[in-house]
Structures are given as structure tokens and as C-alpha cells.
Design a protein around this ligand. Structure first.
Ligand code: ADP
Ligand code: MG
Ligand code: MG
Length: 252
């Protein structure tokens, strides 16, 4: 589903190369965890995947279902089913969460050349998704993220992800980490959405999240490269021994 080939990328209008020859393959149905010390380029990778304009790919390729997406902008990538979970949720005062979700869904449908959702269809879809994710529908009447607790923000984000039905979900969890409730919300949400035709790239600094979202593959990102790939046991090894051993072996 996702194939990143010898990718080099820098911050636009600078010479600062952050991604330096990164290779990564993620298959449909797979949950791939990306781990790595602070400053390795994890968040940069997620922004580049989502098509943010502040980064420039200088060489290499990103292929999604066999086709390069480098020429596609962020909304075109979203229309194709690539979803980046927001690391820092935006507050939208005056717009009920329901309304925001409807606009987001209809924008995506428009980009795909599909008809707008009717209000009854939209309400049915939201109710189904909210029930599946155990989200209180009352939350959806409040403005998006305004005064939301950390857990409510995560619920809104996971609900948005469920409704947009992405094929490739990229989740970048901040290094500061989630509290245990938010962790449960995110992991239950991801686990409910796992399916053979959907892949997840879960970016995390700590192993903790991966106790709840058990990955199929674990990749260590360091200085803009994947320096080691393994199964879920690699996350445990990193938790026990830190990154130093893996970094040392890669340097040899
Ligand atoms: P991680 O998410 O793994 O902690 P980041 O992708 O946030 O790493 O950052 C990778 C490197 O790029 C770091 O050295 C960081 O300082 C640098 N960096 C990220 N964004 C910028 C920016 N806008 N300007 C300059 N340097 C940046
Ligand atoms: Mg960081
Ligand atoms: Mg980061």
C-alpha cells in the first residue's frame, strides 16, 4: 500500500535535510510502528506523507497503491484515503463538532466526485460511528475541541478518522505522551478500525502505546533513516535497552 523509496526531504526554502534516504514498505492490513529518539524526523515524515507544503522532497519517491503521490497536494492525498491524525487539535469556536464533521465528509466526497451527503444519511453515519467508538452523542453538539478534555479531543479525532474511512492512517503521538485514558481511546479506536484493506502507521516515542495497539512491524527511525526493522518484539527490546544498541549496530 505504501512504499517509500530512498526518500530525501528538507524543510522548504532551507538546506536542512531531515529525511535522508528513508526506505519503508507498509502492506494493506498492517500496523507499522515507527519509533525513534526525539529529533529523528518522525513528525517530519508524517507531515511529508500528508503533503504539507513546508517540506520539499529532493529525491526518492512515495508510492501509494503503486502510484507516486509526490505531485499530489494534501487535499488530493486525503481524497485518496490518506489521513493524518492531528498532533495538535485545532479549536473551532462557533462550529458544532457535528457541523465540522459534515463539512469534512462532504469536502472529501466532493474531491472524489461523489454527491453530498443528505442530512439524514450524515446523522445515521455519525450515530453508527459514535456508537461503535462509544462516544457520547452530546459531545458532538459542542464546538470542536473548545474546552474538550484531552480524552474528548482524542475521541473527536478518532471519530473523524472513522467517518472519513481512510485507507492509510498516520498517527503521530506527541512525545509528551497521552494519559492512560486517552491512550485507551486511541488504541480502542484504532483496533476497531483495523481491517485487511486499511493500514496504520503509528508513530510513537514510547513502547507504551504499542501494548494496546499491537503492531505487525516496528521500524526504528534515526537521523532521517530507518535503521532497523523487526516484529513487535523489537519495541520491547527498545523499551528495555534504549536506542543506543540499535544505533550502534547501524553505525558499524
Ligand atoms: P521527531 O518527531 O522524531 O522528534 P522532528 O521531525 O520533529 O523529529 O524533527 C526532526 C529534526 O528536524 C529535528 O532536528 C528538528 O529540530 C528539525 N526540524 C523540524 N522542523 C524544523 C523546522 N521547521 N525548522 C528547522 N528544523 C526543524
Ligand atoms: Mg520530537
Ligand atoms: Mg515528533
Amino acid at each position: 500500500m505504501l512504499e517509500i523509496i530512498d526518500l530525501h526531504a528538507k524543510i522548504a526554502d532551507t538546506d536542512t535535510e531531515i529525511i535522508r534516504g528513508l526506505n519503508l514498505t507498509v502492506k494493506a492490513g498492517e500496523v507499522a510502528a515507527i519509533m525513534g529518539p526525539n529529533g529523528s524526523g518522525k513528525s517530519t515524515l508524517s507531515y511529508i506523507l500528508s503533503g504539507r507544503e513546508d517540506y520539499e522532497v529532493t529525491s526518492g519517491d512515495i508510492r501509494y497503491n503503486g502510484e507516486s503521490i509526490l505531485e499530489l497536494d494534501a487535499s488530493e492525498r486525503a481524497a485518496k484515503g490518506i489521513f493524518l491524525a492531528f498532533q495538535y487539535p485545532v479549536e473551532i469556536p462557533g462550529v458544532a463538532t457535528m457541523q465540522f464533521l459534515k463539512v469534512a465528509m462532504n469536502e472529501q466526497r466532493k474531491a472524489r466526485g461523489e454527491a453530498e451527503l443528505t442530512t439524514p444519511d450524515f446523522i445515521r453515519l455519525v450515530k453508527e460511528a459514535a456508537a461503535k467508538l462509544k462516544i457520547d452523542p452530546d459531545m458532538l453538539k459542542r464546538p470542536l475541541n473548545v474546552g474538550f478534555s484531552g480524552g474528548e479531543k482524542k475521541r473527536a479525532e478518532i471519530l473523524q478518522m472513522a467517518l472519513l474511512e481512510p485507507k492509510l492512517c498516520v498517527l503521530d503521538e506527541t512525545d509528551s505522551g497521552l494519559d492512560i485514558d486517552a491512550l485507551k481511546i486511541v488504541s480502542d479506536g484504532v483496533n476497531a478500525l483495523r481491517s485487511p484493506d486499511r493500514a496504520f502507521v503509528v508513530i510513537t516515542h514510547y513502547q507504551r502505546l504499542l501494548e494496546h495497539i499491537v503492531p505487525d512491524t516496528v521500524h526504528v527511525l534515526y537521523k532521517g533513516q530507518i535503521i532497523r526493522t523487526g516484529g513487535k518484539e523489537l519495541a520491547l527490546e527498545l523499551e528495555a535497552n534504549g536506542y543506543a544498541d540499535v544505533i550502534g549496530e547501524a553505525a558499524e
